[in-house]
Design a protein around this ligand. Structure first.
Ligand SMILES: C[S@@+](CC[C@H](N)C(=O)[O-])C[C@H]1O[C@@H](n2cnc3c(N)ncnc32)[C@H](O)[C@@H]1O
Length: 267
């Protein structure tokens, strides 16, 4: 189960547009090089969204491998099935991260980017992730910590109100800072972690923050007392700062590479 944004058609299209920007393309490259999918492997993408990553994993594992994916959103399923059309070794379906519809030890590797922050019962979801990996299998998990945001505004009080309202878009806006112990408690050993900054010192259509302005302005009205007019004024001010050359945005994503021990830690 998830709280916050439910990815219907309109929200799914917004995400798809943001995920074509150079920032998110570079993030996917970082995830792929951390995951290192190999020819012939069976890989799971939990919360595949618009399916960009699933398609790239499919190219890496090739026809002798398999990519499976689950997501709770029918619109995301439609988008990603279109994106992965013609790749019969990709199998995408509706499903919940907290109740994975696969047998124990089924996957060589799994990935989940920007998903666990939406999942109410993260503990159950990480336990499921561990269950479906084979002993010695690996996983890559990436999430945001929204406290890491630095976004310049002339009206800082309004910026703080809007960002506070936006934390309601998901169940755990600060999840990343607790993922190390959570992954350990789920039975993983940690091999590597890194921070992936989204840094936009310029207002540019090919950036993450350019796309997220409309995304946030569409979400926040009605949350924590933010009005439609306030959200629009907030967005207009950012565009104006951008045109004046006074723009600054930075946000961190945190990536964790973990392994399921070859012999069970649970004993
Ligand atoms: C921000 S998008 C990330 C998409 C994709 N992983 C990526 O990074 O390109 C979040 C996705 O998580 C999915 N999601 C949210 N809660 C979920 C859950 N409990 N189980 C599976 N997917 C979930 C949403 O439907 C959405 O597609």
């Amino acid at each position: 189960m998830s709280t916050g944004i439910q990815y219907d058609e309109a929200w799914s299209w917004r995400v798809e547009a943001i995920y074509t920007t150079s920032d998110v393309v570079a993030q996917r490259q970082a995830v792929l090089s951390a995951l290192e999918p190999c020819p012939g492997e069976r890989v799971l993408d939990i919360g595949f969204g618009p399916g960009f990553l699933a398609r790239e994993i499919a190219a890496a594992v090739g026809t002798g491998g398999a990519v499976h994916g689950i997501d709770t959103s029918e619109s995301m399923l439609a988008l990603s099935q279109r994106r992965c059309a013609g790749l019969p070794w990709v199998a995408l379906r509706l499903g919940d991260a907290a109740q994975l519809p696969y047998p124990d030890g089924y996957f060589d590797a799994a990935v989940s980017t920007q998903v666990y922050e939406y999942v109410v019962d993260v503990t159950a979801a990480l336990r499921e992730l561990q269950r479906v990996l084979r002993p010695g299998g690996r996983a890559v998990v990436l999430d945001t910590d929204w406290d890491s945001i630095v976004w310049h505004a002339a009206n800082q009080v309004r910026m703080d109100r809007v960002l506070a309202a936006f934390t309601e878009h998901c169940a755990h806006p600060y999840l990343a800072r607790t993922l190390v112990p959570r992954l350990r408690q789920a039975g993983f050993t940690s091999s590597r972690s890194l921070v992936f900054p989204l840094f936009n010192p310029r207002y540019d259509a090919d950036t993450y923050s350019h796309g997220i302005i409309d995304f946030i302005a569409a979400f926040v009205p009605g949350h924590r007392g933010v009005t439609e007019a306030e959200a629009q004024a907030w967005a207009d001010e950012l565009r104006q700062l951008g045109q004046n050359g006074d723009y600054f945005f930075s946000l961190n994503r945190y990536l964790f590479c973990v392994e399921k021990p070859a012999t069970s830690l649970a004993g």
